[in-house]
Design a protein around this ligand. Structure first.
Ligand SMILES: C[S@@+](CC[C@H](N)C(=O)[O-])C[C@H]1O[C@@H](n2cnc3c(N)ncnc32)[C@H](O)[C@@H]1O
Length: 189
C-alpha cells in the first residue's frame, strides 16, 4: 500500500492494494464482502447491468443461447484486456458442468489473447455475505446451485506484451486495473 499507515488486507485472491473492477454484480453482495474484508471500498468500482430481456423460449443447453453467452464473454474479454495493467488479471467465475462448460471460457480467452494462469475452485463460504443471484427478470432475486464452480484467472499473453520487434512493452494501461472480476452464470443478454 502506498499509505504506510494502512495495513494491506486480503480475502482469498484479492487485496486492498489491488485496483479492482467488478462486472455483472447481482445484488452487490460479493463487492460488499470484499469491501468489508478490506475495511474500505476505495480500491474498487462495482458495476451491474439491469436487464429486462429474457429469452423465455431458450434453455441453457440450446446451442443458440450457448453461442450468445460465448459472444458476450468474448466481447467482455476484448474490452477488459484493454484496461489491464501488465501484471493484471481477469477473473471469471463460472460453472464447469454441462451446459456451462460448453461456453469454453478458456478457448474464448485464448482467442482474445489471454492465457490461463490458474483455475481454482470457487467456494461461496469463503466470501461471507455473498449471495449468488439469477439475472434477468425471471426469478431474478433467487439463487442457483453453485455446482462445479471455478474461478479462472487470466493474464495477458506474453506475446501481447511485446512490440512487433520483440522488445517488451513497459507502458501500462491508463486505467491501471490490477484485477477485473466477474461472476457469471446464466448471463442475460
Ligand atoms: C447469473 S447473474 C450473476 C450475478 C452476480 N454476479 C452473482 O454472482 O450473483 C448474471 C449477471 O450478469 C449481468 N449481465 C448480463 N449481461 C451483462 C452485460 N452485457 N454486461 C454486464 N453485466 C451483464 C446480469 O445483469 C446479471 O446480474
Amino acid at each position: 500500500m502506498k499509505n504506510n499507515e494502512t495495513k494491506e488486507r486480503w480475502i482469498q485472491h484479492y487485496s486492498s492494494s489491488h485496483k479492482i473492477l467488478l462486472v455483472g454484480e447481482g445484488d452487490f453482495s460479493f463487492s460488499a464482502c470484499l469491501a468489508k474484508a478490506f475495511g474500505s471500498a476505495a480500491n474498487m468500482v462495482a458495476t451491474c447491468l439491469h436487464t429486462e430481456g429474457h429469452y423465455r423460449w431458450l434453455r441453457e443447453r440450446d446451442s443458440i443461447l450457448i453461442r450468445m453467452h460465448q459472444d458476450l464473454i468474448a466481447a467482455y474479454f476484448k474490452t477488459a484486456k484493454e484496461m489491464l495493467l501488465e501484471e493484471g488479471e481477469i477473473h471469471v467465475t463460472v460453472r464447469d458442468d454441462y451446459p456451462y462448460n460448453r461456453w469454453e471460457v478458456e478457448k474464448l480467452a485464448e482467442c482474445a489473447g489471454l492465457q490461463l494462469k490458474d483455475k481454482v475452485e470457487f467456494r461461496k463460504e469463503n466470501y461471507p455475505g455473498y449471495q449468488n443471484k439469477r439475472g434477468g427478470n425471471i426469478n431474478c432475486n433467487q439463487r442457483f446451485p453453485l455446482k462445479a464452480c471455478y474461478t479462472y484467472k487470466f493474464t495477458l499473453k506474453v506475446s501481447a506484451l511485446e512490440n512487433s520487434d520483440g522488445s517488451e512493452v513497459y507502458e501500462s494501461a491508463s486505467t491501471e486495473i490490477t484485477s477485473i472480476i466477474t461472476t457469471v452464470e446464466d448471463l442475460q443478454i
